[in-house]
Design a protein around this ligand. Structure first.
Ligand SMILES: *Cc1c(COP(=O)(O)O)cnc(C)c1O
Length: 339
């Protein structure tokens, strides 16, 4: 594997509790959640191979409970809390899937969950809003950005003594999510690379932890939208940077690099690629037509990268994470119309 840029100084180094999880934590997570999550299929499609020139294996986390991989981390975290901690509950800020995952795991464990979604500039994906309410979580709309929503969430957590759950800087989330990559490496032995869409970086960090431990020859490659490149630019520059988060793909719309996940990516990520939002829409369309599967924008970003960079992937066996399926009506309409 090629190394990430060296001479790194994080502007806010990981705190003492933010110990990078290793295989011990991943295997504990696996034992804790195995019976509670879907062992999602890892499937090949001739049309996707033809379109990319690669041998593609799609890991279908769009078929996971709540429609995204994040529930793995959420269940691991809630099940690791003490009963007293669980009684005080969790507070999260999120544009969607992190919220749904925490709401799902909170309901499963009987803990109260409060979800803060940004009220603007665009209103939340109605699908995700409905799902969170249906799971019995308390939903508050606050602020005009994820950062403002985060401020409100921190206030609520401090007031109620609840656990504020970060979207990425949480070792228990990374360990839980890593079970997805453990499955993939069992389901598709012989992969040359795994391509992972990145928002906060928990998925890519999880892939790095597992690959480094049990399949060190497998490259882990991150993907972001060029309209929200904070994690990409943080990895390239070796510092936690802030960038506009203007992408339509909610799961990728983070404005800053996260310290825990970036520290893992620096050590293990092979490469980090950018795709455009239109390329993501085209990949959603490809999933719908070639694989008959619904991917939300973030869920289609990894496939978009394999299509866009044939020089990197053609002729290779590539694990492509289809991370989520919670596409709004408007998003699906765009996937069909804009071509
Ligand atoms: C959260 C999310 C991502 C990004 O994952 P991170 O762990 O935040 O990098 C990608 N795809 C979907 C569907 C997501 O919900």
């Amino acid at each position: 594997m090629t190394a990430a840029p060296s001479a790194v100084t994080a502007s806010s180094p990981a705190s003492a509790q933010q110990v990078v999880p290793g295989m011990r934590e991943v295997l504990s997570a696996h034992a804790r959640i195995e019976q509670l999550v879907v062992r999602t299929p890892a499937t090949s499609y001739a049309e996707l191979d033809a379109a990319t020139g690669a041998r593609v294996v799609v890991k279908h986390e769009n078929l996971q409970h709540t429609g995204a991989f994040k529930v793995r981390g959420a269940l691991n975290l809630l099940l690791s809390m003490t009963p007293a901690e669980r009684e005080r509950g969790v507070v999260v800020y999120s544009t969607g899937n992190h919220a749904q995952a925490q709401a799902y795991a909170a309901r499963h464990t009987g803990a109260p969950a409060t979800i803060v979604m940004p009220a603007g500039p665009t209103p939340p994906n109605p699908l995700k809003e409905r799902a969170v309410r249906a799971l019995g979580a308390r939903l508050e709309l606050a602020g005009q950005s994820l950062t403002e929503a985060a401020g409100h969430a921190a206030h609520l957590a401090a007031r109620d003594g609840a656990r504020l759950v970060s979207a990425a800087d949480e070792p228990l989330l990374v360990a839980g999510v890593a079970t997805c990559y453990l499955e993939l490496l069992q389901q598709a032995p012989g992969l040359d690379a795994i391509v992972v869409p990145v928002g906060g970086g928990s998925g890519a960090a999880a892939a790095c932890v597992v690959a480094a431990a049990i399949a060190p020859h497998v490259e882990v490659i991150g993907v972001q939208s060029d309209a929200a490149p904070a994690a990409h630019d943080s990895w390239r520059s070796g510092e936690l940077v802030e960038r506009p988060a203007a992408t339509r793909a909610e799961g990728l719309a983070t404005g800053t690099g996260f310290s825990l996940t970036q520290s893992v990516l620096r050590d293990h990520l092979t490469d980090f690629l950018l795709v455009s939002d239109d390329e993501i829409s085209a990949a959603q369309h490809r999933y719908l037509t070639a694989a008959r599967t619904v991917a939300e924008g973030a869920g289609a970003a990894a496939l978009a990268a394999v299509v866009r960079y044939p020089e990197r992937f053609a002729g290779r066996r590539v694990g492509v994470l289809c991370t989520g399926g919670n596409a709004s009506d408007a998003e699906l309409r765009r996937a069909f119309e804009e071509r």
